[in-house]
Design a protein around this ligand. Structure first.
Ligand code: TMP
Length: 200
């Protein structure tokens, strides 16, 4: 990459294989001698740790508005402390979740998408954003049911609907996530290289 690096984010439903694929993409890019780094949201910063400890598990969840604000605050720290400095050094930053997770999850919980965009105004635009598409019916079978299977399925369907809005408007590039790990990894790598203007 040139003086300024490249910023990729990878999105998808819980259980779609996103973390495996994000890490594989970084490994494959490194094999091609690109200086790529893996990062994730919730981040490893103070607010990310707070979210992981207090918001993701257990019955006593905070309200969706508080969740959205905490994720936006974590993102602010992530962008300032990790993403922008690494891009500035010419690295390829690959983030496992980014602002589209807030739009999809907190949007699916009923919050206004424009409001979510507003509180995330500080979040720089990714150069490339992937959505790994796996059917909600498949991911709920992979996940340990937190509540009822039906409730989980409805939630995942709503989350996917929001993601698909951004696929339709061209902000997210859809990757078919139903193949083998290697097949999906191959599709993502091809799409990433195409994004760099170096189609294979
Ligand atoms: P993970 O399992 O990919 O680490 O993500 C943790 C959970 O946090 C996942 O269920 C999605 C959720 N999440 C949001 O609801 N909003 C956000 O902005 C982010 C980054 C994650």
């Amino acid at each position: 990459m040139g003086a300024r690096g490249f910023f990729i984010c990878v999105e998808g439903l819980d259980g779609c294989g996103k973390t495996t694929q994000t890490k594989l993409l970084v490994r494959r890019l490194r094999r091609k001698r690109y200086d790529a780094i893996y990062t994730a949201e919730p981040s490893r910063g103070k607010i990310g740790k707070f979210i992981k400890r207090h918001c993701l598990h257990g019955e006593k969840r905070v309200s969706s508005i508080i969740e959205a604000l905490l994720f936006a605050a974590d993102r602010f720290e992530h962008v300032e402390d990790v993403i922008v400095p690494a891009i500035g050094k010419g690295k390829i930053v690959v983030s496992d979740r980014y602002v589209y997770s807030s739009l999809a999850y907190q949007g699916a919980a009923g919050l206004d998408l424009e409001w979510i965009e507003k509180v995330n105004e500080h979040a720089i635009h990714p150069d490339l954003a992937f959505f790994i598409d796996v059917k909600p019916e498949i991911v709920v079978k992979r996940l340990k049911p937190k509540k009822s299977v039906m409730e989980n399925l409805q939630t995942q369907q709503k989350v996917r609907e929001v993601y698909m809005k951004f696929v339709e408007n061209g902000e997210l590039v859809k990757i078919d996530g139903n193949g083998s790990v290697q097949e999906v990894a191959e599709s993502i790598l091809k799409a990433a290289l195409k994004g760099f203007g170096k189609a294979v």
